[in-house]
Structures are given as structure tokens and as C-alpha cells.
Ligand binder design. Sequence first.
Ligand SMILES: [Zn+2]
Length: 400
Amino acid sequence: MTTTPASSVADYIDTHREAFLEDLRTLVHAETPSTDKPLLDAGLDVVRAVVVGLLGEPSAEARHDGGSYGDVLDLRWEGRDAEGTMVPAADAGDAVLVVCHYDTVWPAGTIETWPLSVDGDWLTGPGVLDMKFGIVQTAWAVKALRELGIGHPPVRMLLTGDEEIGSVAGRPHIEAAARESALTLVTEPSAAGNPKDRRKGMVFADLRVTGRQAHAGLEPEKGASAVHALAALISEVVALESAEHGTTVTVGTFHGGTGRNVVAGAAEALVDVRVTMPEEQERVVAELQALRLPEPYAADERLTLEVDVDANRPPMNPGPETAPLLERVVEIGRGLGRELQPTAVGGASDANFVSALGLPVLDGLGAVGEGPHAVHEHILLSGIAPQTALLAGILADAVK
Ligand SMILES: [Zn+2]
């Protein structure tokens, strides 16, 4: 293995490992549950302090109010040439955008019983993998390039606070920033060190049936069971699945009724559909919206069905704008003595939005680890330097 810009970054990160880990600890301990606005606000201040502490004051900055969702912080720094001279962006399109979310799925107080801690090669803590690491990694990658005198393009970090709940506030900012950038990188967790080149798209549906309650023994005929009606509909929902097209349907929850001896007045099911093809997303949305209660329930005017469909994220498939970049990433990996294999995954990310616009995007460049959203969430300490070096190598390669 020869010395490449990326491999010297790996050495640099190893040398600065304690400081890197301290930054990571600071971010993990600043809890940021997606639905807790005061904690998100405070957490974003901490994120800014850590990132600006590493990279200095940005050349441009904006903080967009997220309403009840987490704010979006947009930070930009100039590029540098190999002599360390600032290279102002000739136009905004020269910049590389790195999208990170700072919200996590973990509720407030989790950190009290589960602080960031080391166990062998494991570094475990709430949100360390998904994706506090990716924020620290990005800032350290740029810092390393600067200090090693390796040129890099202007860098723009977009920090969003609602990725885990659908990116309602983040999405327009992500799409706008990606349109203004040469390339978008997403430092979500990697697939065992490999970038993620395909992600499924999602459709969420909430099905609600209202009926009429009655005593199950005395006068069941006066009732109209919402449970019976919704149960009869579920097989139609499951039938939307298409193994051939990679479309899966999960009825994740089914709730209804108030007691064994009561004809149920209400029932609800929450449905999760994953698709690999945009046409499948359209088909599923149309079919969900067209759902009607089957007979004999359809004829019963006391029963009503309400369907809320949210085509949350489009599927991500590498188009002509991204495929050659993935080949470059594999080459950069070889410079680090690695044989990377871009990997398809079921979970979606903010990269799905960028990909759907036909813009170049690389995703899954973050930590090596396991257990996102699970109590065994951890990253591998041995993955920190290689993944930060890979990210730095991609940045250095993007110099115009
Ligand atoms: Zn994530």
C-alpha cells in the first residue's frame, strides 16, 4: 500500500484519537431526541461548537427554524489548495455538501444509564452510530486535510434535526443545498465499511375504521365492528406486496376495540411499505388511496374507512451521475488497502431525496458498527481512522 492522501489521514486520525473521541463523547452526551425541541435546540448549539472548534468560523452560515422539528444548520467553509491557501468557491456549484442529521431515536435520559463507553473494540452509546459519529468524522476529515496540506474543495455541512421522523423540515433544505453543490455526501452508518449504493423507498399508510359499539351478548346486531371490517381489509393490503419487484408490506401494528364483550367501535393499523422502484411507489400509493372496505362491510353505512398515505422517501438507485463516483470510491478504498463493495440496503436516508433529483450522491460513508435504533448500538473503534480517511480521500478527490 502506497502513501495516498487518504492513508496519511488515517495516520493523522490515529494520532489524534483521544481528541476525536472526546468530541464524539460531547455529541453523544448532548441528547437530541427527534421530538424534543428544547433538547434539539441545545444539542445543535453543542454540535456547532464542536464543528466550529475544529474548523473555525464558517465563511457563511444560516440556521433555519424547524418549527416543532429540529432546526437546520447550514455551515460553509472555503476550500484550500495544497499550500494551504484559501480557495474561495468560484461558484457555489464547486462545493461538496455533507448531509448529517443530529437527531436520534433515543429518548431524553437514556444517557444516564447508557453513557458512551468502550468495551474492547466497541464504542457504545445512544446515537453514536446513527449518526453522531458522522458529524465528528466530517469535521475531522476536513481538519486533517487542512493540517496535512492536502487540497480540498469548499465544504458545506448541512445539519438536520428530523431525519428519524421523516425529514419534514430538513427535506427542502437538503434538496436546495444538493442542487447548489457539485456532490452530496451522507455520513450515515456504513455497511460494514462499505458505502450504501441502493436504498429502498418508503410508503407509510395509516388505516382507521370507525364503527359502532354495542354489547356483544345483549344486542350485537346494533353494533358495527370496526375490528371485523379492518381485519377483512388487511389481506388486500398485504397483497400489495410484490416479491418480483422487491416491494414488501408490513402491517406493523393493529389495534382495535375496548373489551372482549364489546363490538369494536374503532380499529387502526399502521402499515410500512418498502419499494426498490419509483413505479412501485406510485402503484402502491394509488392502490392504498383507492382502498375500500370489502363486502359486506362496504354496504354498512355505520362503518367508515379513513386512509392516510405518506409516500415518504423515494427509492435510491445509482443513476449515471452517481455510478462513476462509486467506482472512484472503490479506487480510493484500494489506496487504503481496502476492497470496498457498494451495498444495497432496505433502510432509507436523506440521500434518497438527493438521488431522486438525479443529483450525484454517496451514502453510507460513516461509522462501521451495528445496532442502529437498538440497545446494542455501537461503532468499532478500529473503523474510525479508516472511515475518516475514506471520507477525506473522497473530499480530496473532488477538487476541481
Ligand atoms: Zn441515520
